[in-house]
Design a protein around this ligand. Structure first.
Ligand SMILES: *Cc1c(COP(=O)(O)O)cnc(C)c1O
Length: 400
């Protein structure tokens, strides 16, 4: 019989009761170091005092009013995001998929109002993930997620990630934009070759295309910059973000230059909940903290330290860890045994991680981690590696 909660996830049999900073406490009292971070959502850990304060104060005043009226909290958050980025204007929604849906619609609308409605095709990349709506699934083009859901929305041309020649070859007179994750998160923390974004920017400028970034996972300090594109030296035309933005409260945002957003007028797009006072207050508090002087410098310092310690672990466990990837605190460990085995072994040791493509285990700690949490995590990863080595050896012994 089906469970009341629709079984669309293969969940670990583990229930949490509360969270404190980088820790989660299960209903049986066991404590877990949360380096899955709600899949890059709990940017400031759990129950951050400033977020608790912000949401509590706002909850007592006003939750929702609809977009029929001005929303001061949304205006303030939009101003903050504009000031901190390439963007001139921001649309708020409730998730990453919606942020990317808005990005896709905006790119098409731009060319339509520019007199080129035929430029509605978008080049996207293998291994990408943009969400679970029909358009974002079509953009990513992953067969396993599209299977059985009817006609696939047209207008997307996938090319291999990091392959500049393939991008150039895929451009036709109907191409309007290039859509890319600066680092592919779900795809396995895949980092493109150096200079790739810059080269895409150049192609876009030469061919009159929009550069659309999916920073749903890489945004809000995750890679050590507020947005990952800042590492590249170029800026996009449109950018979607979500996950870390609300620190656990659902919110998404689609940022754009004035030019790219020129087709977005009253009535062009909308969202009932998008940008409501509660969500935008919480996100405003997250953004304030991440942009505080020294916050991102500390993220980079901790990331460097963590990666050094992980490199030592890789040397000590060459039969378990094949490669360390990523930027900032978006870290991937490519595994030799199945990544799911490692995730389970780490969980046994009280460390939460998240699986990704290419047999990678993602490590997505809260951005507030310190040296103590890193040491604790390294010990637990080491213990998980040892447990896996023992079980691999035992299996080999049984097979002989
Ligand atoms: C998680 C993710 C999404 C989808 O976000 P939802 O909030 O689940 O809709 C889109 N793009 C990227 C890069 C993501 O990591």
């Amino acid at each position: 019989m089906v469970t009341p909660l629709m079984p669309t996830y293969a969940r670990a049999d583990l229930v949490f009761e509360r969270g404190e900073g980088c820790w989660l406490v299960a209903t049986d009292g066991k404590r877990y170091l949360d380096f899955a971070g709600g899949v890059a959502v709990n940017a400031l850990g759990h129950a951050h005092p400033k977020l608790v304060e912000a949401i509590t104060a706002q909850a007592q005043k006003l939750w929702h009013v609809s977009n029929l009226f001005r929303i001061k909290e949304a205006e303030t958050l939009a101003e903050k995001l504009v000031k901190a980025s390439f963007a001139d204007t921001v649309f708020f929604c409730n998730s990453g998929a919606e942020a990317m849906e808005c990005a896709i619609k905006m790119a098409r609308k731009y060319h339509s109002v520019s007199g080129h409605p035929e430029k509605m095709r978008i080049i996207s990349f293998d291994g990408s993930f943009h969400g679970r709506t029909l358009a974002t699934l079509a953009a990513a083009g992953a067969q396993k997620y599209l299977e059985g859901f009817g006609p696939v929305l047209g207008g997307f041309d996938q090319v291999p990630y990091g392959d500049l020649e393939a991008v150039k070859k895929a451009i036709t007179p109907e191409t309007g934009a290039i859509l890319i994750e600066p680092i592919e998160g779900e795809g396995g923390v895949r980092v493109p070759p150096p200079g790739f974004l810059k080269a895409l920017r150049q192609i876009c400028d030469e061919r009159g295309l929009l550069l659309v970034l999916d920073e749903v996972q890489t945004g809000i300090g995750r890679t050590g910059k507020f947005f990952a594109y800042e590492w590249s030296g170029v800026t996009p035309d449109i950018l979607g973000t979500a996950k870390g933005l609300g620190g656990g409260f659902p919110i998404g945002a689609c940022l754009a230059t004035e030019e790219a957003a020129k087709g977005m007028k009253a009535g062009s797009h909308g969202s009932t909940f998008g940008g409501n006072p509660l969500a935008t207050t919480v996100a405003g508090a997250v953004v304030d903290i991440v942009l505080e002087k020294g916050f991102l410098a500390r993220v980079n310092k901790m990331a460097l330290l963590f990666k050094q310690r992980l490199a030592e672990l890789k040397d000590r466990h060459p039969k378990i860890i094949a490669e360390i990837r990523g930027e900032g605190l978006l870290i991937g460990l490519r595994m030799i045994p199945p990544n799911g085995d490692f995730v389970a072994a780490a969980r046994e040791q009280g460390l939460l991680t998240a699986a990704a493509g290419e047999n990678v285990v993602r490590i997505l700690p809260p951005l507030i981690i310190g040296e103590e949490e890193i040491s604790e995590a390294v010990n637990r990863i080491s213990a998980a590696c040892k447990a896996l080595e023992t079980s691999v050896a035992a299996e080999r012994g049984a097979a002989e």
